[in-house]
Design a protein. Sequence first.
Length: 301
Amino acid sequence: MNNYHLNHLRELESESIFVLREVAAQFEHPCLLFSGGKDSITVLHLALKAFYPASIPFTLLHVDTGHNFQETLDFRDELVKKYNLRLIIASVQDAIDSGLVREEKGATASRNALQIAPLLDAIEKNKFDCAIGGARRDEEKARAKERFFSHRDEFGQWDPKNQRPELWNIFNGRKLMGEHFRVFPISNWTEMDVWQYIYQEKIDIPSLYFSHQRKVFERDGVWYADSEYMTKKDNEEVVEKTVRFRTIGDISCTGAVFSTASTVEDIIQEVASTRTTERGTRADDKRSEAAMEDRKKQGYF
């Protein structure tokens, strides 16, 4: 990695650490939204550096759909144990059982949007006034509208037309009772930046990101992992392929890509040459042109 890339990553790291320290300065009870994916892992790594040698002043909050990859959950638990972190799990299954949300039916059913209610419920119950996320502006057009400090009203909803100016990196975290903020420290990073930083910092990531053999089936041009959580159609044949995942989410909406990338260096080369967007295999983003923005307005990550 040449000096330009090293300097570029150090500038991004410095900016993100500044944002994380601003959160600690402005909010009384922040949490870090942790999915077990590379972006939230990167944010956690940045937080560990920002407050070293002290412990991070954030509770980890994971919204568990109940249909997550087991590799992700195992990695999450190992990380929590390694750094002695406090973890709160908001369960979609509990929300379904209590009648808070209604589960979708049919072959294309997903629990992804169902995360909104348990997330907002956990924020309210634990009195979190800020939720830090790993979203990046290059991921999706709705996320490109986010500021570093993104205001949420008393219902946890987001208004993209009511974003506060952030001139000269001055962040306005003022809010009324019941409102909270979402903060995105790696907003200005790209997928390539994240992978190069993971390589540079030697950050551990779940095995799902690397090439492996898995039983999958094709639906609408996307290959999904075969699972007890997936309702397959009669014409959908399960085959074994060499794949990896570019994003890690709910099994029902996260597609795999054919890949032989077995190291972070391999992934960097693959990302540099691919013509498919990072979220191009996410079924939940394909439901409508404004699917992500609609979910975010309701309180999504």
